[in-house]
Design a protein around this ligand. Structure first.
Ligand code: UD1
Length: 344
């Protein structure tokens, strides 16, 4: 039997590239990918091919350009789409809301239009725990009603989920899953690929490793006066390869027709709440390096604390988180050292 072809949008990005590795190595799928490289590097495709020893087709494409995007669907028999491509910086979305509304929403509309046109009936959507906003009851599960979003980024994820739900309600032959990621960090076990932003990163872990290696002079911890155990935000950090594995499991689940409803949503977190200072301490322990940091002002759009109840993904998709915070920090640090060595 020939392999099914999966389109991975945003495949040169952080989670996209790690997911392609899983799809090629353990999923038994053919992969094609599209990325505009606005926030990623095309070199990550070379790394994926080196790690897997497999080649795959990839296109430079802005998904908002539906005519160009249509050509990819016409040229391939796409069985399913994993839609990662999106802007993802919470703080920037507060500054530039239209950039987020335009890109994150138009790209999903185009994915669904083209799925309809080309009879592709399975989509996995990158959602985010940011849809939960500031919630009291933790850990949070999927039944929690969604409040008003704390940032335009988070709102684009809420809108994306509603759009998929409406689409699935209208077209019963179409199936979709939204995966709500908590905070993906770390790097592939090979140490040869990881988070690879074009510019200075916004996320905590690449800023920690980048500061430790001397790319940035000092890390600012955003806020030390939150109502948490040490005054800093609490997040649920989860290894990127665990997230990637969940995508393969979710896709297999749809392809085998095991889903009881044609739209569903799953949390992907480790279940552990870790504060910013605890994350720094975990890094210092694993790397043997003292981090230069200071406590600064709060960042707009940040929620206080959030961590996951991921029981549903475990019981329905058969997924389990394999990495702990030590392995997240260890692999992130190995990737930073590799990048320095290779001058990436
Ligand atoms: C948010 C989403 C997450 C999404 C990610 C995409 C929430 C709760 N989570 O993560 O689902 O995948 O965006 O980017 O909305 N920090 C510092 N100093 C820094 C950078 C970050 O103290 O220089 C702190 C932040 O204030 C936050 C934590 O580190 O408390 C993690 O921040 P970050 O890595 O940017 O991710 P989130 O914004 O939590």
């Amino acid at each position: 039997m020939s392999k099914k072809t999966v389109l991975v949008t945003g495949g040169a990005g952080y989670i996209g590239s790690h997911t392609i590795i899983e799809l090629l190595n353990h999923g038994g799928y053919e992969v094609i990918s599209a990325d505009n490289f606005f926030t990623s590097s095309p070199k990550s495709y070379d790394q994926v091919e080196m790690i897997t020893g497999k080649k795959f087709k990839h296109y430079k494409l802005d998904l908002c350009d539906i005519l160009e995007f249509d050509k990819i669907f016409s040229d391939h028999d796409i069985a399913g789409v994993i839609h990662f491509a999106a802007f993802k910086a919470v703080g920037e979305s507060v500054e530039l809301p239209l950039k987020y509304y335009h890109n994150n929403i138009a790209s999903l509309v185009n994915v669904l239009e083209l799925c309809r046109k080309h009879k592709t009936s399975n989509v996995i959507f990158s959602s985010s725990c940011s849809v939960y906003g500031n919630i009291e009851k933790l850990p949070v599960d999927e039944n929690t009603p969604l409040p008003k979003a704390e940032s335009p980024y988070a709102y684009t994820k809420q809108i994306g989920e509603v759009m998929l739900q409406d689409f699935c309600k209208r077209y019963l032959d179409f199936s979709a899953i939204s995966l709500r990621y908590f905070n993906p960090v770390g790097a592939h076990d090979s140490g040869k690929i990881g988070e690879w932003p074009n510019n200075k990163p916004n996320n905590l872990v690449p800023l920690i490793t980048g500061t430790a290696i001397g790319k940035y002079p000092q890390l600012t911890v955003f806020g030390g006066d939150y109502p948490t155990r040490d005054g800093t935000n609490v997040r649920d950090y989860i290894h990127v390869s665990d997230i990637a594995d969940a995508h393969v499991k979710a896709l297999n689940f749809l392809f085998t027709g095991k889903n009881k409803t044609n739209y569903d949503v799953y949390n992907l977190g480790s279940g552990n709440g870790v504060s910013v200072l605890e994350a720094i301490a975990a890094f210092e322990k694993i790397s043997g390096k003292k981090l230069n940091y200071k406590i600064g002002d709060r960042r707009a759009g940040d929620v206080v604390s959030v961590y996951s109840d991921s029981t549903k993904a475990e019981s329905v998709l058969g997924w389990k988180c394999k990495h702990d915070i030590k392995s997240m920090m260890k692999t992130a640090w190995e990737w930073e050292l590799y990048r320095e060595k290779e001058k990436f």
